[in-house]
Design a protein around this ligand. Structure first.
Ligand code: HEM
Length: 362
């Protein structure tokens, strides 16, 4: 039998002595302690451990994306790691159920001891946000204080330097822009796609015109089709797209958006399976983080109502603002607006379909 002192032991390998000795309720010990404080500490520590694992996965994805050539194997590795991050996020959302077994009255037994500590000061949470691409000027800020004012010394420097570095968002954008599929020999994707949309809308018009409907109903439907036509035209116009970026309505560059559209439309092509799965995993992550923000905000509402947070924010009101505003990959989710059914999808010329090599990774 392995002895704790002489050879590698479960307890040593996992540094359990340190981890299990790291819960120090401020309300005291024994009978005078607030019973629920132990849960409060352990759940936060558990979150921080999972944040560490998320950072481990995201940092590796960022490193792989920084390489000049991203081959298919690496896209596969990244997809696997993003999938893991999404599973962890699902667990983090679920864990709030455990915390909600504590009532607002229970919380008040020890809340006074916490001030001014707050989840606001979670360095790892901020690193995750910044590494994904959340920039200081797009954050919902309360009062005059930037979010990094909560940190000092090395911790602050680390956050500030992360803000300056490439994020997953910026690396993915560059990668999409590099994909040379948009204008391949004999196949100009954007003009073919535009023709396919016109085809689809013309067919819609003729179905409406020959349908057994009143003139009023027909006019309503024709107006809708016309609105859709304007929408597609707007999206395909690079100048309009760039103006939308300037006005903060969209983030992803025109070229990257068109590549993401191509990947989504031709996801059935074997070479595009993995890029498609990867883009989908980013949308999934955005939704999961946003769901966590929403669930955390609801829990705060139950726990504190409209009380001010220990970190000094307006509490529930502040958290509510971050749910949508801090999303990063909305442009990728919105690609679905541009989907057309397979029957209208322009056929890729046989030579292109068969020679789609892995040169998109160059
Ligand atoms: C009783 C339970 C909890 C309450 C009442 C609560 C309350 C709050 C409040 C009011 C804020 C806004 C900042 C402030 O003024 O303090 C906040 C932010 C935050 N909390 Fe919690 N929290 C709880 C549990 C948790 C847990 C379990 C985590 C897990 C790590 C967590 C992580 C965070 C993070 C990361 C922020 C910053 C969010 C942002 O700025 O977008 N909180 N919390």
């Amino acid at each position: 039998m392995a002895k704790e002192s002489s050879s590698l032991h479960y307890i040593n390998y996992l540094s359990l002595d340190k981890i299990l000795d790291a819960q120090h309720p401020l309300s005291g010990n024994g009978k005078s302690a607030a019973h629920e404080e132990m849960l409060f500490i352990i759940i936060h520590q558990t979150y921080e451990l999972w944040f560490k694992q998320i950072l481990h996965e995201l940092e590796s994805a960022v490193d792989l994306f920084k390489e000049k050539k991203i081959d298919e194997d690496n896209v596969g590795v990244i997809v696997g790691r993003m999938d893991r991050v999404n599973k962890i996020m699902a667990t983090l959302i679920g864990q709030l159920d455990i915390l909600e077994t504590m009532t607002s009255l229970d919380f008040l037994e020890f809340r006074n001891y916490l001030s001014p500590a707050s989840g606001f000061q979670s360095h790892q949470f901020r690193k995750i946000e910044v590494l994904l691409g959340l920039k200081i000027d797009t954050r919902h800020q309360f009062g005059e204080c930037p979010y990094h004012a909560q940190f000092e010394g090395v911790k602050k420097d680390e956050i500030l330097s992360l803000e300056q570095n490439d994020s997953l968002f910026s690396l993915v954008e560059k990668w999409l822009e590099r994909i040379p599929f948009l204008s391949m020999k004999d196949f100009d994707f954007i003009s073919k796609y535009e023709a396919a949309i016109n085809n689809m809308l013309e067919e819609e018009v003729s179905i409406i015109e020959s349908a057994d409907l009143t003139n009023e109903d027909k006019n309503i439907r024709l107006r809708m089709t016309n609105e859709n036509r304007k929408y597609y035209k707007r999206v395909l116009d690079e100048d309009i797209h760039n103006k939308a970026i300037e006005e903060g309505e969209t983030k992803l560059s025109y070229k990257a958006t068109m590549s993401a559209l191509l990947i989504n439309l031709y996801r059935d092509q074997p070479i595009l399976h993995l890029p498609y799965k990867f883009l989908r995993s980013l949308v999934e992550l955005d939704h999961k983080i946003s769901s966590w923000r929403f669930r955390h905000m609801q829990m705060v509402e139950k726990m504190l109502g409209q009380k001010i947070g220990t970190g000094g924010s307006s509490g529930q009101g502040y958290l509510k603002q971050t749910v949508d505003k801090h999303k990063l990959f909305t442009d990728l989710a919105n690609i679905s607006t541009l989907m057309i059914s397979r029957k209208y999808l322009p056929n890729l010329p046989v030579n292109i379909a068969s020679t789609l090599g892995f040169n998109y990774s160059k």
